[in-house]
Design a protein around this ligand. Structure first.
Ligand code: GDP
Length: 298
């Protein structure tokens, strides 16, 4: 997930920890290299800059150069700072708010981001791990293939899918899903909204109307982690218009440089809740900042 960044940073920190005594200039040099590594991983410039500044301040505050193991102390500060940038103060981001029955979960995102796949992965997870009864509905009225795809995935994972009624618009389908979920005793209903290749006003208006008709407990934005800073811009856009409660980063099994994960929280203020790690239905992992920071630092 973060192989390149991880390799770069371990190069920097191996040097530091082997060196024994450190001068302030040594720390400054190392942090410059950290900054370059972050930028190469496609972390946004202000985030990389703030990150390094914060590590620098803490290193100075803790007088690391005078400590017995200065290199390790710097690594520890970087680790804590990574956790902070990845998660802010949100320790328990992956917990979904399912505090009413039935609880609506709105899935939004651009076409091809992995929205339908992620909807099914999450439904399976809620069913298998939490014993929830889940109903899924596709609102993509313009793409019959997308509706069909959700139906196929539903059969595959054993989760019910709202039957397709030709001619209904997205809001009508959402209302029907809500009604069916109430009548049928479901705990959760998931609405897989239509995506577009780019953000447009029509898409946003439709999602807004669905949101207003259902008052979702969670609005999860699915974005392609391979798209780096574009993923962060997409999140800013959706959050500004719709209001999102969290992000699912897909394709983190690919050779993405990780910048999307590292900038997302700092730029948008929204937590990453899950990451997609493949096409299979169980290739979804909770996002734990501590674990990810550990992975990045090797
Ligand atoms: P949608 O248009 O946003 O609904 O996107 P889909 O759910 O149809 O996904 C588009 C393609 O991406 C499909 O081939 C998925 O199998 C694939 N995909 C989705 N999530 C992941 C992921 O986390 N990793 C990988 N490698 N492929 C994924």
């Amino acid at each position: 997930m973060f192989e390149n960044l991880s390799e770069r940073l371990s190069g920097v920190f191996d040097k530091l920890t082997k060196q024994g005594a450190l001068s302030e200039a040594d720390v400054a040099t190392a942090l410059r290299e950290v900054r370059v590594a972050l930028l190469e991983a496609d972390v946004s410039l202000p985030v990389a800059r703030d990150f390094v500044k914060s590590v620098q301040d803490k290193a100075a505050g803790q007088a690391v150069t005078k400590s017995v193991t200065p290199g390790q102390q710097v690594v520890k500060i970087v680790h804590d700072e990574l956790v902070q940038v990845l998660a802010g103060d949100d320790a328990d981001a992956a917990n979904l708010k399912i505090d009413q029955i039935p609880a609506p979960i709105l899935m939004v995102g651009l076409q091809g981001s992995g929205k339908t796949t992620t909807t099914a992965k999450l439904a399976k997870r809620l069913k298998d791990r939490e014993g929830k009864r889940v109903l899924m509905a596709s609102l993509d009225t313009r793409r019959p293939a997308a509706m069909e795809q959700l139906a196929v995935l539903g059969t595959q994972i054993g989760v019910d899918v709202l039957p397709i009624v030709p001619g209904q618009d997205a809001v009508a389908i959402a209302r029907r899903a809500k009604q069916q979920a109430s009548l049928g005793g479901y705990d959760v209903y998931m609405l897989d909204t239509a995506g577009r290749l780019s953000i447009d006003d029509e898409l946003m208006s439709e999602v807004e109307a669905v949101r207003d008709a259902t008052t979702p407990r969670e609005t999860l934005l699915v974005v392609d982690g391979l798209t780096g800073q574009d993923a962060v811009h997409t999140a800013e856009n959706f959050d500004g218009r719709i209001g999102i409660s969290g992000v699912v980063l897909t394709r983190m099994d690919g050779d993405g440089r990780g910048g999307a994960a590292l900038s997302m929280r700092a730029v948008t203020g929204k937590p990453i809740k899950f990451v997609g790690l493949g096409e299979k239905m169980d290739a979804l992992e909770e996002f734990h900042a501590d674990r990810i920071a550990g992975r990045i630092l090797g």
